[in-house]
Ligand binder design. Sequence first.
Ligand code: BG6
Length: 527
Amino acid sequence: MTTPAVIPEISVPPSPYQVPQAFSLVIFGASGDLTRRKLFPALYALAHDNLLPERFAVIGFARREKSHEAFREEIRVAVDEFSRFRPVQPEVWERLARGIYYVSAAFEDPAGYAALGKQLAEVEARYGTCGNRMYYLATPPTSYTTVVGQLGAAGLVSAPWPELSGTDWPCWSRVIIEKPFGHDLATAVALNAEIHKTFHETQVYRIDHYLGKETVQNILTFRFGNSIFEPLWNRRYVDHVQLLVAEHIGVEGRGGYYDAAGALRDMVQNHMLQLLSLVAMEPPATFDAEAVRDEKVKVLRAIRPPAAARVGEVTVRGQYVRGALRGARVPAYADEPRVAEDTTTETFAAIRLEVDNWRWAGVPFYLRTGKALPKQVTEVTIQYRRPPLRLFEHAPHPGHRLGDEVEPNRLTLRIQPDEGISLRVGLKPPGPRISLVPAHLGFVYRDTFGVDPAEAYERLLLDCMLGDSTLFIRRDEVETAWGLVNPILQAWQEAGREGLAYYPAGSWGPTEADRFIQGDGRAWVNP
Ligand code: BG6
């Protein structure tokens, strides 16, 4: 396909939402999995919903040589396979495809950035994208500083003034950086310092795709958009909080990455601490990026990192061995491709944290995540205290015995799948006796809204296009989160095999984890 010198007029139907200004997006790592599975399907969905500006171009940047046309074709196949809107509509695809280009170069090759500059100038002239540029680093993390440094050296990054002044300056540059952001505290600090040589903090969008999930954002609306929950959201009423990210998948061919990371780096430092911040934060004064992130970071600062000698008391780490899941045999983690035979990497972690502030002092937050568990489910459980007085007996009903203790209220925020919220209450069953059975008051996302939640990347890409960084991680947040997990990482590394508990694939984790929470007089909530 030869690109016409002047782009034909197309009409994008009006959108009820704010549509970004004209801009160009450059994706580094354009032949990678993230680009194919998530980024382009998300761009297609935005095009489908008329949320992309009329004047818009995407330039893929990767080492492998190919033509613009071949790249478009490759992306078309990916969108066909991974889009949530299938079949792909030809007119929507055409609208997106006409602005797709490709530059091939190695990330460390300055000539590649000169070529990129030329390509950018060309699309900016053709599409009138005003020099607004969004760079997406979908590369291996080892390339982040190289790409950012090269962009700066090639003069492809504008000054941050539009963000700082809040004026309608005609040209902006922003960068989205994928996780993992650093490997520990020191590397995250160093990475921030490197990025800040080229980009001002207001131009940096550190992504955590959990924040793009509708149900994660719903934690804030549920808490702060209603008056009846917030007064009960504290140490006077809450016994403890559980955050669970269970995955039935193993490492799925990512053994090389995962074996150097483990559950703590892969899930806890980012996704789970983000969930915890949203559950525990104070209401922000306004719903803008700085106010929200100020409150989130305050929560992280209120958690005391465990002293090295206490890490064993507040954590359990596990690794799966051979087992069975849904009738299929699952090999041990250590037998996965590209995992070291003598690996001590954790595929399961359970951690007790305390948020030492007026709202939460004395309320444990239990974080639990693992691979090869029986279910794929993410949920937050707010476990309320028992009623002070036991007035009613439990009614006999399946699974419960007469005289069982009344079950305390429990609020479950189901992040995925079967998104929704449910509150367990005790109610009187039919019959002449006054007694209690548990019942659930519930909200089911799909039933209420008639649709499934959008993909996280759609929301996050759109927010960055609009210059809204509320759902992105600020520098102090990422560093504080690393500061929290760092002592655990170090203690686990020093302990090696000692203290590593094993669990069969398809179970809910090592029995040590059950003993760990039972020792506090509590039990895991397994969905
Ligand atoms: C990624 C982790 O960040 O999140 C993966 O690297 C994990 O190991 C994934 O499977 C989970 O994301 P989601 O959206 O499927 O819950």
